[in-house]
Design a protein around this ligand. Structure first.
Ligand SMILES: Cc1ncc(COP(=O)(O)O)c(C=O)c1O
Length: 435
């Protein structure tokens, strides 16, 4: 056993004992508070990624810690269905209150991928159909069912086939859309879903599953009217609209749920990530009519709806509604104008896009043409170098993602202040100049 007294002993143990499935951000963490991460050598970093968009009300949020601690002292495990308990009951009621449309009944699990798996099962049970349509480049998780929906074969190599009856339609990725002119898609871009239903499916579709803002694909914000058209197409074909809000939910985009930016009422809403500010919890929520399609025994999770996680979620939602969502709107507007200037000032910044505090900065090589002859070529190496420069020279942690791995991701804790955000933007400017 090593003594965990330094960054290197932690990373050495990772090398030896932890499965090598991801390249880390190279910031081992010993403690964290608010928007600050501290490593084992006492170095502090400003966190503008929130552990992939999770610690929405800030690391170590006092109210969340208190709620979790109180519940830890009462009892830790009840299995949400075996022993009815107050945190599950209150959270389900609260979600019914804050979620869009007539979404009412929730099932609690432990993660985003489980929420998506459960949503597929429920849609199948309700409609009696099995087929599902999702989007190219979309991300819905890595267990076999959700992996089938994920529209990126980088995650599927040597793992497929997962589900056989999943079909993919084009994403509203305006910057690189082969169907639309200019840098934004139009709502009619959603007609590709209709085309896929007509040409690839039997016509009996259980669900159309989309992210209202596509996170892992590179923070892709659809044009106004697109999600409304998706809903219309889904319903015209007897399919449910499943909005996967695992990443966009819980205040990230300036609304509690990103669906609220659009004129839609999802039939099923999946949630995880920010729901409990870092404690493992996921959920899917449906209207009473849809939810009641499940019979006893159709679904269960031993740990799902852990009372400590549910108590933390209640405190998280309380904090979000108590001013943090408002902060997202205010800081988001400021960030948008700062990033717009960045786009104008650097040829390598192809496009900046986002909502609230969920922003992507797509980096390109302006000298080369991108895939399918649309837009300049993605520059993944540049994105990685900029991220590393931010970390090493400015102590700022950001993510990199996107289908082409060339999108810088700013997804800080939603409690981030203007001063902190300004530090991030200034560091970004320095990194873009330097790299
Ligand atoms: C939209 C979306 N759905 C599902 C998932 C899977 O969530 P988890 O990693 O908790 O399984 C993610 C994770 O990034 C996601 O962004």
């Amino acid at each position: 056993m090593s003594e965990f007294g330094s960054n290197s002993s932690v990373t050495d143990s990772y090398d030896e004992y932890v499965m090598p499935i991801w390249k880390s951000l190279d910031v081992p963490v010993e403690r964290a508070h608010g928007c600050t991460l501290e490593d084992f050598d006492g170095n502090e970093y400003l966190d503008a990624f929130s552990g992939i968009s999770v610690t929405n009300v800030g690391h170590g949020n006092d109210a969340v810690v208190e709620a979790a601690t109180n519940q830890l002292e009462r009892f830790v495990h009840g299995c949400s269905y075996v022993h009815p308990n107050e945190p599950v009951a209150s959270l389900a009621e609260t979600i019914a209150d804050v979620s869009p449309g007539d979404l009412q009944k929730s099932f609690f699990c432990n993660s985003g991928t489980e929420a998506v798996e459960g949503a597929i099962k429920l849609a199948r049970k309700y409609t009696g159909s099995t087929e599902v349509v999702a989007l190219e480049m979309g991300f819905h998780g890595r267990t076999l069912g959700s992996l089938a929906l994920t529209g990126n074969n980088a995650y599927k190599r040597e793992m497929a086939p997962a589900l056989n009856d999943v079909f993919h339609a084009g994403a509203p990725y305006g910057y690189r859309c082969p169907r639309c002119e200019g840098e934004r898609c139009t709502p009619s871009c959603a007609d590709d879903i209709e085309h896929v239903i007509g040409t690839h499916t039997s016509g009996d579709v259980a669900a159309v599953v989309v992210e209202p803002v596509m996170g892992e694909a590179g923070i892709i914000v659809p044009p106004d009217g697109w999600l409304e058209r998706v809903q219309e197409i889904a319903h015209d074909h007897g399919a449910l609209l499943v909005c996967d809000e695992v990443q966009t939910g819980y205040g990230r985009t300036g609304e509690l749920f990103a669906s609220a930016h659009f004129d839609v009422e999802p039939d099923i809403l999946t949630q995880a990530k920010g729901i409990a500010n870092g404690l493992p919890l996921g959920a899917f929520t449906a209207s009473e009519a849809v939810a009641d399609a499940f019979d006893a025994g159709d679904h269960l999770s031993t740990f799902g709806g852990n009372p400590v996680a549910c108590a933390s979620a209640l405190a998280t939602i309380d904090q979000l509604r108590g001013g943090i969502v408002e902060n997202v709107r205010e800081q988001g507007r400021w960030l948008e104008s700062e990033l717009d200037s960045l786009e104008g000032a650097h040829d390598a910044v192809g496009q900046t896009r986002g909502l609230g505090l969920m922003w992507g900065i797509e980096l390109v090589d302006p000298e080369k043409t991108g895939p399918r002859g649309v837009a300049p070529a993605p520059d993944a190496d540049l994105a990685a170098s900029v991220r590393d420069h931010l970390r090493d020279e400015s102590g700022v942690v950001i993510g990199v993602g996107g289908y082409y791995k060339n999108v810088l991701r700013l997804q800080p804790p939603l409690s981030m202040t203007r001063d902190q955000l300004q530090r991030v933007v200034e560091a970004l400017e320095r990194a873009l100049e330097a790299v």
